[in-house]
Design a protein around this ligand. Sequence first.
Ligand code: XMP
Length: 512
Amino acid sequence: MPQTIIVLDFGSQYTQVIARRIREANVYSKVLPFNTKIGDIKRLRPVGIVLSGGPASVLAKGSPKPKAEIFSLGIPILGICYGLQLMGKMLGGEVKNSNHREYGRGKLKVLKKGLLFKDLPTQLTVWNSHGDCLVKMPKGFKALAQTENSNFASIEDSTRKFYGLQFHPEVEHSEKGNEIIRNFLVTICKCKCDWDMEDFTQSAIDEIKNKVGNKKVILGLSGGVDSSVAAALIHRAIGDQLTCIFVDNGLLRLNERDQVKKLFKNHIPGKLKVALAGSLFLKKLKGVTDPEKKRKIIGKTFIEVFDKEVKKLGDVDFLAQGTLYPDVIESVPIAGNPASLIKSHHNVGGLPKKMKLSLLEPLRELFKDEVRNLGRALGLTENVLMRHPFPGPGLGVRVVGSINSNNLRVLREADAIFIDELHSSGWYHKLWQAFCVFLPVRSVGVMGDERTYENVISLRAVTSSDAMTADWAELPDKLLRKVSNRIINEVKGANRVVYDISSKPPSTIEWE
Ligand code: XMP
């Protein structure tokens, strides 16, 4: 078993970021609900425990608390924000609701470096987000640092190895936050920092084997990074108990079905079922122009087709999905119902409920770049791992207005040219996403001596780190000129190309 740090989750939006920072320091970390039984904690033989932040107040009745025995295990503990207040209160200190809510950047003054601030500056900018404040430390503690609003912004009991930080070292805006966490891991918990993605792969495989036993699993493969990595990992664990289903909804990019089949053949030597449903989707979408109606029809039809394929397979117990941490919506665990701690965002909306399947989501603790690293450890190639995101409804939300096979053809051909030129110019990997959009607008042109009256293609290329905000990319004029020339000359049905210079917000990345 690798050296393990347990992160007890009190509902902070940053809990998984803490776990991620620990993994970045090459230490294995496991997030567990705040009320995990002491026996279950001991069984993992952790070398350290982190108490996360959380939205509750330790002063409120019924606020989430860990089992008190956690403080008698002889294991180093780091309380962050709510975790510090909790430790302070449970060990006999005093917490008060402060008049000054501390939110955002603040100045931290280090009074005594101890082990937590070893080799770090004495003035740091840190990120705060708290209303309550520790006003009296428990016996045995000393203050390590203060901010304007808090005399006990960091505390330590070096004998029992208990540490607290009122601010959030895990967020990027906290200066030297990674180093503070590293000090906890290395100097205090004596971590060897020898864990890596290969180790994660092995423990994820063991976990999948334990959970699935000899039952059957299906997975909706889209060919994107997340579902491909999930498929490769699950196949490594349970082999042919996994069947992947790829639905060709007729809204895919040029040659996409063949590319997915090839990817599968080369990297995931398992069972793949391909459902050809393009004409069904097109029939249902005929004449529909409203974007929300289109999305609903595409989602519903997907479920119908997928369900039909699954029924053909007979007994299936698990639905596997490549859900990532950012897809996971956390709910607040105040009412003491740990089962409702984390709710899943279903990539394939409505499927698990309808089909009464258990979910298998082996990537749900990971961030996108970690999934890419996992994919590398599993031998997937860069062209699979570094692909731009592609939305579930596919070209259905990129043909603006009504969808028919000709509009789709024009869009497919134009899009393939744009992506091809981005690859050859070295721009593809500098972008979050790039694609063409088919506009239901016709304009006049002249080709040779002939008048043309054809559709408009808009190019969209954005930079972003998480798709929450995005900026249009400043592609070189020469590149834009080449793409435009090629589309107008090579794609029958398009005689004008425009470049979309809208950022998100207020626009969105996709047009529909
Ligand atoms: P917007 O257009 O909202 O898109 O700025 C943000 C990111 O999400 C992708 N997207 C989707 N992905 N199913 C998906 O799996 C969808 O229905 C969907 N709609 C948008 C979009 O491509 C961008 O990366």
